[in-house]
Design a protein around this ligand. Structure first.
Ligand code: GLC
Length: 540
């Protein structure tokens, strides 16, 4: 299949969060499966010279963005079987930082229009344009008309993936025609209209042929007000075309057996090298050298929804246990300050590293014993998977991808610890259980480590799940057309309610949760497929 994958950040070129990791690793897996996958992203100022030297200038054209016709240059770079296109416009992208500029709406509208105009320039037909998060949300909307007038887009379908519903791209009504170049017909309740404003993510959810999110549990959670940031009704309305597919991680990048990046390599069979990694970590971050005390780690943006309110309110209870703690990350001032204070109060036992550092994060993943991630919401989360890969046991709240990847202590194949409610006492209780296991049952501890280290967190299955979505979207999956049943289309409501979650009365939570656990929830709605088969201009 021909796939155009669009994202506002892609590792290793430019990254602020997990979106970049996914946009870096999923396309590689799709290329390895034999697809023609091309990734398109803005050419930001922050993209380093080492990459620029490998790029080739292809061509330039003028993008139609309402009354504007800004310049758009395209640079190409090929790597690992994937073709990358970098969209050049220095006015929009030669700035510091990726986001947070006064005109982000215009910058990403320009990018989203460039994405639908590039196939004609390349004379290349994508079967699917796969868009990610609000920055690319205009692309499926533009495609609705563009695929009826651009030959290279005849029959092209769109898939929109929600990595985080918190950021939606909300703008005043006045920008519809003047900035986004959409006529007033798009301002209705089943498109971008949202409480009198424009909501780009809402528009993408309606316009896309399929919508996915990054874990089965989050797909269910998104239908509740607690998680959906005002879009629960929109998500529910579109549940017939919504699927949750768990992210993978780059197993080569995060590899405890690799020589070079760690103090000593180790594996599930021979964990002995982890002791050297722990000693190196304690040394590097100023923790007392002690091979026998459990080290609890946090690596994250220090923001509310990652559960740092629970951590900071319980910090003295945590430190009252015989543990050490290391935190790495930047974020809200109150959390940064609380951790700096803790470092002063617990010298040699608490280490606050208020910064971003890839090298230190590897040292922590490998050197720590426990990885604390009590997120209030977590669409997928990659860190808990990376931690498990390094034999560091996660302690998580049961939400989103955390629930789908961490099997709690005591359950068959357990690989970590978890708790259900947004409640610091529950968190501390479970941490206590983990610390107790560390001190009193090393053998059982190692079983959990090995269960995590040997679980397949690669893209191999999830990439196939995306291909299945592409096939449903394009109507090329004739086999499962015959098997489909409409009941199976409903995505998965969560098993438990988080504090404050509202559960719609008519939902069958238990059957949905079963689907999530077994991963069998695969069939599209009959209605949807019937529609895609009717689509104009079937491609080659
Ligand atoms: C966002 C989500 C995170 C997810 C990542 C990649 O950053 O917050 O949970 O893992 O996207 O999909």
């Amino acid at each position: 299949m021909n796939i155009l994958f669009t994202s506002s950040e892609v590792a290793p070129f430019i990254k602020t969060g997990g979106l970049a990791d996914v946009a870096g690793s999923l396309p590689k897996a799709l290329a390895a499966a034999g697809h023609d996958i091309r990734v398109i992203l803005p050419l930001y100022d922050g993209i380093g010279q080492e990459w620029r030297e490998k790029m080739t200038y292809l061509f330039n054209f003028h993008v139609y963005l309402a009354w504007r016709t800004p310049y758009c240059g395209i640079f190409e770079l090929k790597q690992d079987g994937v073709t990358y296109y970098f969209v050049d416009n220095e006015y929009y992208f030669k700035r510091s930082g990726l986001y947070g500029h006064f005109d982000d709406g215009e910058r990403f509208a320009f990018f989203s229009r460039a994405v639908v105009e590039v196939p004609a320039q390349l004379d290349w037909h994508p079967d699917v344009i796969h868009c990610n998060d609000w920055q690319t949300a205009l692309t499926p909307i533009y495609l609705l008309e563009e695929r009826t007038r651009t030959p290279q887009l005849y029959g092209t379908k769109s898939v929109f993936t929600i990595h985080n519903i918190e950021y939606q791209g909300r703008y005043g009504r006045g920008l519809l025609e003047d900035l986004f170049g959409l006529n007033s017909g798009y301002f209705h309740e089943h498109m971008v209209a949202y409480h009198g404003d424009i909501n780009l993510m809402k528009g993408a959810i309606y316009a896309a042929d399929y919508v996915t999110t990054v874990s089965p549990t989050y797909a269910g959670e998104l239908q509740y007000a607690f998680y959906a940031h005002g879009l629960e009704g929109v998500v529910s309305d579109n549940r017939h075309k919504l699927r949750g597919i768990l992210n993978g991680i780059d197993m080569d990048l995060y590899n405890p057996t690799a020589e070079g990046s760690l103090a000593a390599p180790y594996s599930a069979e021979d964990l002995s090298g982890k002791a050297a990694c722990k000693a190196a970590l304690q040394q590097a971050v100023g923790l007392r050298q002690d091979p026998n005390v459990p080290v609890i780690a946090c690596i994250s943006r220090l923001v509310d929804h990652k559960g740092f309110g629970m951590i900071t309110s319980a910090i003295h209870k945590i430190m009252a246990m015989d543990v050490q703690m290391v935190v790495l990350g930047t974020g809200d001032w109150n959390y940064e300050e609380a951790f700096r204070q803790a470092q002063m109060q617990y010298p040699g036992r608490f280490s606050a590293n208020i910064m971003y550092s890839a090298a230190l994060s590897t040292a922590i993943y490998s050197g720590a014993d426990l990885f604390l991630m009590p997120s209030i919401a977590e669409p997928c989360g990659l860190s808990q998977m990376i931690a498990m890969r390094y034999g560091t046991l996660p302690v998580v709240r049961e939400t989103g991808g955390l629930k789908d990847t961490v099997v709690p202590y005591g359950v068959p194949n357990d690989n970590g610890f978890s708790f259900a409610n947004v409640n610091p006492h529950d968190m501390v209780w479970v941490l206590g259980q983990a610390v107790d296991l560390y001190y009193n049952d090393k053998e059982r501890w190692q079983v959990l480590q090995r269960n995590g280290m040997t679980r397949d967190f690669s893209w191999s299955q999830s990439a196939l799940d995306y291909v299945q979505i592409y096939k449903w979207a394009t109507g090329t999956d004739t086999a499962s057309d015959q098997e489909e049943t409409p009941e199976e289309a409903a995505p998965v409501p969560p098993q438990e309610e988080a504090a404050g979650a509202e559960r719609p009365a008519a939902q069958d939570a238990s059957s949905g949760a079963d689907n999530a656990a077994s991963g069998t929830e695969k069939k599209p709605a009959a209605k949807k497929n019937a529609k895609s088969k009717k689509s104009a201009g079937k491609k080659k």
